[in-house]
Design a protein around this ligand. Structure first.
Ligand code: NAD
Length: 337
């Protein structure tokens, strides 16, 4: 691809954003021009490694780019996206979209009006094993799913008095911040829900104002019931796998690395996909898949698979979980939502 056809990109926020920067540096579709962080030393180091420019104030370089990855704390997502969109820039925004429904809708509307590409960085959706899993489920070749378990056991070093600890800045607890990937995944795989509930706890994660452990339950219109456990307080992990889907014919298992699929049925246990190794830093990291989709959408005028409207579905499901949790776990009807 000639230099002039490449999408001129910048990445703002260089923790998770580092992965976006590696992906753009690797991509034939992108010209990574800027990396940005409030921490000048960090930005300068990444810029040197990737051969681009750096700054601490992304608003000063906006005329030099076509698209920006915003990988910043959640309470900044809406204001930064709105600013980039107003300047006519395409935006790849780290999840979750925004902390309130009002801000989500405002951002979606602004992108629509400006005609720019607005995509949520739901990285899991673009992994090869996840795409294969969706294909297998849609084909029905291993039966009809009815019971699903998904385990996200993690430990975060306590970060009191940071945006991670403050509910207003994080937008909730672990289900909102980390669980949104997996609620999004379940909705993508199984469709609309009829009812949703959850219960959470702060035990083990008292440094957070929101829940640090949450168990969500989702009942889908197609008859599937799904359980999602997500935590930032588990010092030791022992996950049976990442995702198990019981079907009328057997059991489909996505291994903990999210890169291998097995099926257990009357024919025995067999690996039907993978393992696909995670992409290295030099290969662009696993963010490469989502960044390529973003760039392709910009270049070809396609609507991203994880656009704002799609991202709202997972957030609405989580807000329903929180409503249920506040009410002692009484399920919230989501039919028609
Ligand atoms: N997809 C995933 O698997 C995944 C994993 C981790 C985090 N995330 C998401 O990435 C985003 C950032 O999370 P994190 O863990 O990297 O946060 P973090 O707080 O560890 O890092 C944020 C970085 O952004 C910088 N920053 C903050 N405000 C800035 C500004 N106005 N301009 C420039 N730089 C700024 C900070 O200096 C810091 O280096 C969040 O939306 C989070 O949910 C996604």
């Amino acid at each position: 691809m000639s230099q002039s056809n490449k999408v001129r990109t910048a990445v703002v926020g260089l923790n998770m954003g580092l992965q976006h920067a590696y992906a753009y540096a690797k991509s034939e579709r992108a010209d990574l021009r800027w990396v940005v962080d409030l921490d000048a030393e960090k930005a300068a180091k990444v810029a040197e490694e990737l051969g681009c420019s750096w700054t601490t104030d992304w608003t000063t370089i906006i005329d030099d780019i076509d698209a920006v990855s915003l990988c910043t704390p959640h309470h900044l997502h809406a204001p930064q996206s709105l600013q980039a969109i107003a300047a006519g820039k395409h935006v790849l925004l780290e999840k979750p979209l925004a902390n309130t429904e009002e801000d989500c809708l405002k951002t979606i509307e602004a992108a629509k009006e400006k005609g720019v590409t607005f995509m949520m960085a739901y990285i899991v959706r673009f992994l090869p094993a996840i795409i294969k899993l969706k294909e297998i489920l849609d084909s029905g070749q291993y039966g009809k799913p009815f019971s699903v378990n998904l385990w996200i056991q993690a430990y975060l070093q306590p970060m009191p008095n940071t945006w991670f600890s403050r509910k207003a800045q994080l937008g909730g607890g672990v289900m909102f911040s980390h669980g949104c990937h997996y609620v999004d995944l379940l909705l993508w795989l199984f469709g609309n829900t009829k009812a949703i509930t959850s219960l959470g706890t702060r035990v083990g994660t008292e440094w957070m104002e929101g829940e640090g452990t949450s168990h969500g339950l989702m009942q889908f219109e197609n008859g599937v019931v799904a359980h999602l456990e997500t935590s930032w307080g588990m010092k030791f992990k022992s996950m049976p796998s990442f995702l198990q889907i019981h079907t009328t014919e057997g059991l489909i298992v996505l291994e903990a690395g999210m890169n291998k699929i097995e099926v257990i049925n009357a024919e025995g246990r067999q690996t039907i996909f993978g393992p696909v190794p995670a992409l290295t830093k030099e290969e662009g990291t696993n963010a490469f898949y989502e960044c390529e989709h973003f760039l392709e959408c910009i270049q070809n005028g396609i609507t991203p698979e994880t656009d704002g409207v799609e991202a709202m579905r997972s957030l609405r499901a989580i807000w329903a979980m929180y409503e249920a949790a506040e009410n002692g776990g009484v399920p919230v009807s989501t039919t028609g939502v």
